[in-house]
Every structure is written in structure tokens, then in C-alpha cells.
Design a protein. Structure first.
Lengths: 109, 113
């Protein structure tokens, strides 16, 4: 069965510093990978997905099939980036998302 | 276009009581999902539906039931509430083949005492 691991439950950085939220997965096929974000008192929302190869709010994520990772990166963190971040995996032919346990990011002034 | 709407936002139940969590979407999405979010545990899939009249179990279906009589609505039923069902419940929807990526509701915080 597929599994998503986010090794850091809490991550704290200073404004302007680079940030990397780690995500590792286990899945035998070719997955779709997503990052979702939940700001305080707001609903979960899609941040980005690997098939789009896009940059949203300065965040990027590259799928590394060799290391089975999909780390989320931003070169200069902002205070408004403080939120809970979830990495998620979808099977090749499926519809259900498997979520990691989440990383709470705090960006300090 | 309201997106995914969940009601109620908060609820306290006594052990053994029943309730229905409502979820409706106005985006004509074909897929709908119910997840529960427990602290430090991420989101676990309870039930999902790939279209009206079709539902299937997820990872943690015990103690819950669902129905999908219309494309828009996907209610989640708790028949005999237990303290273990204290959680935050999220409904989500998706148009699978056109725009993969979930749209979430704002959640229902349920406490069973």
C-alpha cells in the first residue's frame, strides 16, 4: 500500500531564510504528488502538483523518483507562509489521496 | 459559486447519539470524499464516491455510512457516536478527468462526550 511520510511535524525558520519541507513516499507505480496548505482558520487548499511543474507563491517541488521524494522548497520564506502543509499521493489509476501527517511551518519575523 | 459547503461547523454529541454531516458542492464535480483529521495523524479517508449512486469504503469506514443520491450532495452519517469519532471532518470534491485536485470544505469539528 502507498504511504506518505513527512518527517518533520514542526519546522521553524526566520523570515528571508530558505525553507524545505520534506516529503517521502512509497508506491510501486507512477504516482501523482500534491502539496496542500491549510492557513490558520482556513480550509485546506491545493498549493501545487508535480504534473504542472508550476511555482505557486514562490514554492516549488520536484518529484525525485530515485529518492521517492517530493520536497517543497522556497528560497525566501515570508511570515504569511506560516501554515500546515500536507504532502499527498494519488495512485496512477486511482482517485483517492493518501496524505502525510503534515508539517506545521512557522516563519518568525 | 460556493464551492464545497459543509454543515454544521461545530457539534457536540453524546455517546450513542446519531447525526448527519452535510456536504454539498455546486461545481458539478463527479468525485466526492470524506476525510477525518486527527491531531498529528494527517487525514484519513472514510468514504468516497465516484458519481451519483456509487460509494465505496476508504481507510477508516467503521461507524459511518454515506449515500450519494445526487451529484451535489454527499452526506456522512454517524449512527452510534463514540468518543473515538471525535475529530475534524472534511468533505472534498474533484472533477477527476478534467482538473485533478481536491476542493475542500471548511470542515466540521465534532466532539463526542
Amino acid at each position: 500500500a502507498q504511504r506518505v511520510t513527512q518527517p518533520e511535524k514542526l519546522l521553524s525558520v526566520f523570515k528571508g531564510a530558505p525553507v524545505e519541507l520534506k516529503c517521502n513516499y512509497s508506491y510501486s507505480g507512477s504516482p501523482e504528488l500534491f502539496w496542500y496548505v491549510q492557513y490558520s482558520r482556513q480550509r485546506l487548499q491545493l498549493l501545487l502538483r508535480h504534473i504542472s511543474r508550476e511555482s505557486i507563491k514562490g514554492f516549488t517541488a520536484d518529484l525525485n523518483k530515485g529518492e521517492t521524494s517530493f520536497h517543497l522548497k522556497k528560497p525566501f520564506a515570508q511570515e504569511e507562509d506560516s501554515a500546515m502543509y500536507y504532502c499527498a499521493l494519488k495512485e496512477t489509476s486511482g482517485s483517492r489521496l493518501t496524505f502525510g501527517e503534515g508539517t506545521q511551518l512557522t516563519v518568525n519575523p | 459559486n460556493a464551492g464545497v459547503t459543509q454543515t454544521p461547523k461545530f457539534r457536540i454529541l453524546k455517546i450513542g447519539q446519531s447525526m448527519t454531516l452535510q456536504c454539498t458542492q455546486d461545481m458539478n464535480h463527479n468525485y466526492m470524499y470524506w476525510y477525518r483529521q486527527d491531531p498529528g495523524m494527517g487525514l484519513k479517508l472514510i468514504y468516497y464516491s465516484v458519481g451519483a449512486g456509487i460509494t465505496d469504503k476508504g481507510e477508516v469506514p467503521n461507524g459511518y455510512n454515506v449515500s450519494r443520491s445526487t451529484t451535489e450532495d454527499f452526506p456522512l452519517r454517524l449512527e452510534l457516536a463514540a468518543p473515538s469519532q471525535t475529530s475534524v471532518y472534511f468533505c472534498a470534491s474533484e472533477y477527476r478527468d478534467r482538473d485533478p485536485g481536491y476542493t475542500f470544505g471548511s470542515g466540521t469539528r465534532l466532539t463526542v462526550v
